[in-house]
Design a protein around this ligand. Structure first.
Ligand code: NAP
Length: 297
């Protein structure tokens, strides 16, 4: 079997088009223009590229974008004060503080300062709690993107066996919760899991969010499984020239494509979905804050 590739780039474009349509309706029917504030501390090149891409896409879908570039010498107290200022700014429906933060700032303190209803990253403890208890919170963007691709590809997932590899608060744990809500039987694997290959072998759905290049091999995967690769690993690529790198996933794509029914590529799979879901979450936040229920996301 050769797997069908799930085109995350195309799917993300569809989500952005839907977001733009919703933004247009919110403006014309309700006089609401959703606004997203992005806060970046310091000048990390990767974070700067990522933030610029978020700002560009926010503007493209017709939302207001607020950008705050703060020096890496800022104190934790001043950063928290900035977040609290945005919490009470009515033009701002979503607040995103780009991670990682400089070492002298406790990330948890900053995340917990964000008003949960404006926490479009879904990292606030209130939002993780709501996700774990089946409540209506904000769902972290990367696992939300994976879920939307799975729903679109598989439809009903009831009773399917899912293995999520990786238990981070931002990807693995929320992904497991989302699959549980889909009535999957979920195994959450991590670095201490014994015989990871045999766990994966039983799964109808595999989500790899590990950060280890090409960890999941072809012979680990059950025939006909659906494989979502969250990994984004930059590895040396001397064949491209000295000092060059290439992007790989956590799945050995060339092997697994011969076993799975569906697979996401890296790049072009989960990556583009993350920012699309950030925009979608901002619309969700704006609708909830204005008590608008009729917008279909
Ligand atoms: P993380 O916080 O470093 O967590 C990695 C998880 O993988 C941990 O739970 C760790 O287990 C587990 N792990 C590490 N080595 C393992 C092994 N050999 N076998 C089984 N489990 C192992 O990473 P993350 O933030 O969740 O990100 C994971 C990957 O997704 C990274 O490549 C990251 O770049 C990528 N990512 C992509 C997007 C996107 O938009 N596409 C977004 C976020 C992250 P322990 O808990 O036991 O240490």
């Amino acid at each position: 079997m050769t797997a069908q590739i799930i085109d995350g780039k195309a799917f993300a474009a569809e989500i952005r088009a839907k977001v733009a349509e919703n933004v247009s309706t919110l403006k014309s029917k309700y006089a609401v223009t959703p606004g997203l504030a992005v806060v970046i501390v310091g000048e990390d090149p990767a974070s700067t590229i990522y933030v610029n891409s978020k700002i560009k896409q926010t503007v493209e879908v017709g939302m207001k974008s607020f950008h705050f570039a703060l020096p890496d010498t800022i104190s934790e107290a001043d950063l928290v004060a900035k977040v609290k200022e945005l919490n009470v700014d009515n033009r701002v429906n979503g607040i995103l503080v780009q991670l990682p933060l400089p070492k002298h700032i406790k990330e948890a303190a900053v995340i917990e300062a964000i008003a949960p209803e404006k926490d479009v990253d879904g990292f606030h403890v209130i939002n993780s709690g709501l996700l774990a208890t089946g409540g209506k919170g904000m769902v972290p963007c990367t696992p939300l993107g994976c879920l939307l691709m799975l729903q679109d590809t598989l439809g009903d997932m009831s009773g399917k066996k899912a293995v999520v590899i990786g238990r981070s608060n931002i990807v693995g744990k929320p992904m497991a919760q989302l699959l549980l809500q889909e009535n999957c039987t979920v195994t959450l694997a991590h670095s201490r899991t014994k015989d990871l290959a045999s766990e994966v072998k039983q799964a109808d759905i595999v989500v790899a969010a590990v950060g280890v290049s090409e960890l999941v091999k072809g012979d680990w995967v059950k025939d006909g499984a659906t494989v979502i690769d969250v990994g984004m690993n930059r590895i040396a690529a001397p064949e491209r020239g000295e000092g060059k790198v290439r992007l790989t996933g956590d799945v050995a794509f060339d092997e697994v494509i011969e076993k799975a029914a569906y697979i996401t590529p890296v790049p072009g799979g989960v990556g583009p979905m993350t920012i699309a879901c950030l925009l979608r979450n901002t619309v969700t936040a704006a609708c909830r804050q204005a008590s608008i229920e009729e917008i279909e996301l």
